[in-house]
Design a protein around this ligand. Structure first.
Ligand code: C2E
Ligand code: CA
Ligand code: CA
Ligand code: CA
Length: 278
């Protein structure tokens, strides 16, 4: 519960209904959801400064519940983690994201990088790296098009293991992002020992960037990322003032409702085709 976005009281997305913490699916429900193909991915575009070129997508998980409509991952990911189902669900997400990349590449000629969120528990599986490599090989997608978003807790619990997993993934070309940066407990000393490609500044910082102090904190985070040779991605950008502040602070990439909500695959495809044609 260390993350700032763990309170799904209000969902701003039109297709996702307001959900309270009262709904707690159980193991059997989630297992059935997987079996019945009720999970799907939506994709949110990321853009780079200064050109605002489309840089990649983040895959975000959704559950189309037969009675409740679209359920937020903030509701069911914690349950999946507590019940061990995250292994199967996480594997489904990887498979689905890579299959989607393959289809966009084959049918539309679009080479786009996709970032997938990875639970700390998935990294505990000894077969994780081999599985990623197998999925990439099978699809013919180059490793460099896959980004994995890890959280700080993935790095600190078993640092030796995390180091070797990250080294192996990066040698396969896979890019690593540190998600929700600033909300976890990792020390700067620990962070400095990792080679990571991207630092994702948590949206709670973006929300405060219009205050003098908030701007200074964002500035410090961006400078830290750059000092550690990472590109910094700001998530949750909702207005032009936040964008201007991030641009002035030399943030590298932006993502948020200002540019696009997460989109279902077919809408995302049209978005990319328009963007590439432009
Ligand atoms: P996250 O990885 O930090 O993802 C960013 C969240 O911010 C997403 O919520 C996204 O829809 C939302 N967001 C995007 N732009 C804006 C904006 O401008 N303003 C605001 N207020 N929010 C914005 P979402 O999709 O509900 O996902 C919530 C969390 O669930 C994710 O946070 C991630 O931790 C987790 N999650 C989502 N998909 C997966 C998955 O496939 N596997 C795992 N393990 N976790 C996932
Ligand atoms: Ca993420
Ligand atoms: Ca976040
Ligand atoms: Ca998060």
């Amino acid at each position: 519960a260390q993350q700032s976005d763990d309170m799904p009281v209000v969902q701003h997305q039109p297709q996702m209904q307001a959900q309270t913490l009262e709904y707690r699916p159980d193991y059997n429900e989630l297992k059935l959801a997987l079996k019945n193909h009720e999970f799907f991915l939506v994709y949110q575009p990321k853009f780079s400064f200064p050109s605002m070129q489309l840089q990649g997508l983040e895959a975000l998980l959704r559950w189309r519940h037969p009675l409740r409509g679209i359920v937020s991952p903030l509701v069911f990911i914690p349950v999946a983690e507590q019940t061990g189902l995250i292994a199967a669900i996480g594997d489904w997400v990887l498979k689905a994201a890579i299959a989607q990349m393959e289809s966009w590449q084959r049918e539309d000629g679009v080479d786009i990088s996709v970032a997938v969120n990875v639970s700390p528990l998935q990294l505990k599986d000894d077969g994780f790296v081999a599985r990623i490599k197998a999925l990439l090989n099978l699809s013919g997608i180059a490793g460099k098009f896959l980004q994995l978003e890890l959280t700080e807790s993935s790095l600190i619990e078993d640092p030796r293991r995390a180091h070797s997993i990250i080294a192996e993934l990066r040698s396969a070309g896979v890019q690593i992002a540190l998600d929700d940066f600033g909300t976890g407990y990792s020390s700067l000393a620990a962070l400095q020992t990792y080679q990571l490609d991207y630092l994702k500044m948590d949206k709670s910082f973006v929300q405060k960037i219009q205050t003098r102090q908030g701007r200074s904190v964002s500035h410090a985070i961006i400078q830290l990322g750059h000092a550690l040779e990472m590109q910094v991605i700001a998530e949750g950008v909702e207005n032009a003032e936040q964008e201007a502040a991030l641009r002035a602070l030399a943030c590298d990439q932006v993502q948020g409702f200002l540019y696009s909500h997460p989109l279902p695959a077919d809408q995302c495809r049209l978005f990319m085709l328009q963007h590439c044609a432009a």
